[in-house]
Design a protein around this ligand. Sequence first.
Ligand code: OSB
Ligand code: MG
Length: 361
Amino acid sequence: MKITYHKLKMPLISPFTTSFGTDINKDVYVFKLEHNGITAYSESVTDENPFYGSEDNYTVFHIVKQYLAPVVKGLPEPDEFNEQVKFIKGNNMAKASMEMLLYDYYAKANKKSLVDYMGHSRGYANVGISLGMDDINVTLKKIQEALDRGYKRIKVKIMKGKEIGILSAVRDNFPDIVLSADANSDYTEKDFDLIKKIDRYNLVYLEQPLYHDDIIYHSRLAKELSTPLCLDESITSPEKAQKAFEMGACKVINIKEGRLGGIGNSLKVMGIVKEFKGHVWIGGMLETGIGRSFNVSMASLSDINYPGDTSPNDKYFKNDIVKNPFTMENGTIKPNKGTGIGVEISEEYLKKYTVEEGIIA
Ligand code: OSB
Ligand code: MG
């Protein structure tokens, strides 16, 4: 058995700006496991810089090579793998990239689609769009286009000092749309008066206003705000999800398998959300067709009850590295039918975007 990697630099169709920076390219590690005629894939959701969370592409590569790949070599089933790597603290995105490689491998070995291997699906994912910050007229035009294409929820990125301008322009033009805003942890506990002004825009939820690892101040904010809070960055484990609901820090959780250390933990978080009668959706990290296929499968699970950030591939890339990109119909996307993640890799574009490749184990 062999584990190899490709490091890719893929140009994004348009730059993506959040409160922590602008991405022009998608810089990503794609992992490939070959064994007994089966080829499995995964990718890491990290970027070149640790600006969303604490990991980046370099820490992932280090942890994968030094600690995780030797465990993967024994081909443990995903749950077993998670047990075996518990001794490594944190590094969830690295762990997820290997756990998901095993999910794809075992789904394929069992001749099942990832969805059938994982759980119960409604057969399709409900899709929302996440729009980076831009000139406001560009944003308004993109919102109209998204509504015309059938997207079920519009999310705009905001940052401290720009929230009122963005949200009032959007609401003036689109008074009734299902709208949310994501601050990517740009505010502090000193900004509650400013954040409270967001209540007048009738958002379905406000995503991660405060510190990337906080739940205490979020629970305090939740008591002063009528807009429900959604946590993204702060929820890095099932335990944290449990604590967040117990403390009233959020009513909504954005699941990203990478941030939670993989699919196993993500399924556990879905169970916790259900217990607390909360809402849950699948987030995105501008994934290539590989990560996107995992996300769409997850977003199609029956316990997911809000639209996710799982746009079709052509929102991000002119030419993705898969030959079977997703298409959206009436704001829904069906997961791939083939075994595992069901993607057909385009060797042409994989090669074109590869800046480095090699053997991991
Ligand atoms: O906070 O959800 C986020 C992209 C990069 C890092 C963080 C986030 C995002 C997005 C994009 O919102 C979602 C997508 O993949 O379309
Ligand atoms: Mg977010």
